[in-house]
Design a binder for this molecule. Structure first.
Ligand code: BES
Ligand code: ZN
Ligand code: ZN
Length: 502
């Protein structure tokens, strides 16, 4: 299958907007700010369109709202100008620019233009501004039309971020970093959008290996025999119901002069389709369960960016990959499985399969020498009930490590909201027969799922991110196409790029 990724080039220029040789010029507009200072000549070239549209109420300062105007006049080159209303309040200074740039790129793609310039405006550190704008441009033009026979080649090939090149900091490097991070999220979106008949565990492993291998990351694909040798009965127990064999993808980023420690382990749920197994899900909406490998896809995307950007610390990426099917040899409710760590688990509900495969992978991360753990998973419907489709659920300990992951999310414009975990939630998982039950009942379902994982994290700093509500956007927005969001790919890469922050 062809790729859905069509990332344009992103360069930096400090020319005056009026002089840019582009098809479309985009400008973020903050509240009722006056463009006259930065973009002199626009009012005259557009016949005062912005003022008129503001006065008539056609263009309001509502984030992501747009106003497209035509321009004429000798002193003005871009034939069209897109005003994008930008947020004036955000948890991170880069966020409004990222969002406005994404709206600009999405609009440019719809207008079939080839060259787009985006002007970095506002009081933001130039390096962060340029990176955020580049991210937004590359995220905004992603649209997965791989399976449409009438798809056209995307036209947007070149993006220019307009910023003051005399400012402190390496702005071209910031643009390139932003483009790489956004492309990593697009890799995750492309993988997560694949139907499960195409992306089986074996295919997922092969594709992921190629994607990170290109970036200089070491890869190993463990097959069923290797998984059995490691004693991972929890992963095998989920895979039993399927005729597709499981895989465990092991990725290693080992920069030449990196210190022995820290070793960051990123673990992602890679269920390529979740029917629920014998505890089968209702038919309605089940097609969405192809997204149940989004955590794994985010980890693969992150490792690719980590390799490309030569992150300074060691990173291990682990993705257990399997289908959850109700085949004749499937694990049945009440079955007891023994994980690689030796912990026994009574599987009361086979639909709580994510925590089982992650448990073995978390154990393996510790075996491989991880010092810090983060796992990412479309784990619970309960997390969607708690946080909707806006924030991912964040669990873990100690608080400093949870804060570090949350901070990385904030800088990437991905909201992570803390939810509780710990001893009292672990008590919900008591089993008559085994060490743990795999489910803890409906109340507090996201936290008891996290408490299950915590039991496999040993004493290491660990965070768990539940992306069940944020991995997929079924409506789409002005800045984002419908479908897989690639959430957490940029946050995880950002964490590895800045180990000084933790
Ligand atoms: N993959 C699902 C969680 C999910 C639900 C992800 C909706 C994305 C959208 C997970 O494996 C699951 O089925 N969880 C169960 C757990 C329950 C049986 C304790 C759930 O949340 O209902
Ligand atoms: Zn499930
Ligand atoms: Zn699942």
């Amino acid at each position: 299958m062809s790729t859905a990724r069509t990332e344009p080039t992103v360069t930096v220029a400090s020319a005056a907007p009026a002089d840019l040789d582009v098809d479309l010029l985009a400008l973020p507009v903050f509240g009722s700010d006056d463009l006259a200072q930065d973009v002199g000549g626009l009012s005259a070239a557009s016949g005062g369109e912005l003022a008129r549209a503001r006065a008539s109420g056609e263009f309001r300062p509502k984030p992501r709202e747009t106003l497209l105007v035509r321009t004429v006049g000798d002193g003005w080159r871009p034939p069209r100008v897109l005003h994008v209303a930008a947020r004036t309040e955000a948890p991170d200074a880069g966020a409004p620019l990222r969002e406005a740039a994404a709206v600009a790129a999405r609009t440019a793609s719809r207008l079939h233009v080839g060259r787009l310039a985006f002007v970095c405006r506002g009081d933001v550190d130039p390096v962060r501004a340029v990176q955020a704008a580049a991210e937004g441009l590359v995220l905004g033009c992603f649209e997965d039309r791989r399976y449409k026979s009438d798809r056209e080649e995307p036209t947007l090939r070149e993006c220019i971020v307009v910023a003051d090149e005399a400012a402190d900091g390496d702005l071209p490097a910031a643009a390139s970093r932003g483009r790489t991070l956004a492309a990593a999220a697009n890799v995750a979106r492309e993988l997560a959008g694949e139907p499960s008949n195409v992306l089986t565990p074996r295919v997922f492993a092969e594709r992921a290996a190629a994607l990170v291998g290109e970036a200089g990351v070491g890869v190993e694909i463990l097959d069923e025999d290797a998984i059995r040798s490691l004693g991972m009965e929890l992963l095998l127990g989920v895979a039993r119901g399927s005729s597709e064999p499981p895989r465990l993808l092991v990725m290693r980023h080992e920069p030449p002069h990196a210190k022995e420690s820290p070793v960051l382990a990123l673990v992602g749920k890679g269920v390529t389709f979740d029917t629920g197994g014998i505890s089968i899900k209702p038919a309605d909406g089940m097609e969405r369960m192809k997204e149940d490998m989004s955590g794994g896809a985010a980890v693969v995307g992150a490792l690719r960016a980590i390799g490309q950007l030569r992150a300074p610390c060691r990173v291990i990426g682990l993705v257990p990959m399997t289908e959850n099917m109700p085949g004749g040899r499937a694990t049945k409710p009440g079955d007891i499985l023994t994980g690689a760590s030796g912990t026994t688990v009574e599987v009361t509900n086979t639909d709580a399969e994510g925590r089982l495969i992650l448990a073995d992978a978390l154990w393996y991360a510790r075996e491989l020498g991880a010092t810090h753990l983060v796992d990412v998973a479309t784990l619970t419907g309960a997390c969607i009930v708690a946080l909707g489709h806006v924030s991912s659920g964040l669990f873990g300990r100690p608080a400093a490590w949870v804060d570090a992951v949350r901070g990385a999310g904030e800088r990437a414009g991905e909201s992570l909201w803390p939810l509780p975990v710990g001893e009292e939630y672990r008590e919900l998982l008591r089993s008559e027969m085994a060490d743990l039950n795999n489910v803890g009942g409906r109340p507090g379902g996201a936290s008891s799922a996290a408490a299950f994982l915590e039991a496999f994290a040993g004493d290491l700093p660990w965070t768990h991110v539940d992306i069940a509500g944020t991995a997929w956007d079924d409506k789409g927005r002005e800045d984002r196409a419908k479908g897989a969001t690639g959430v957490m790919a940029r946050t995880l890469a950002g964490l590895a790029l800045d180990p000084g922050a933790w």
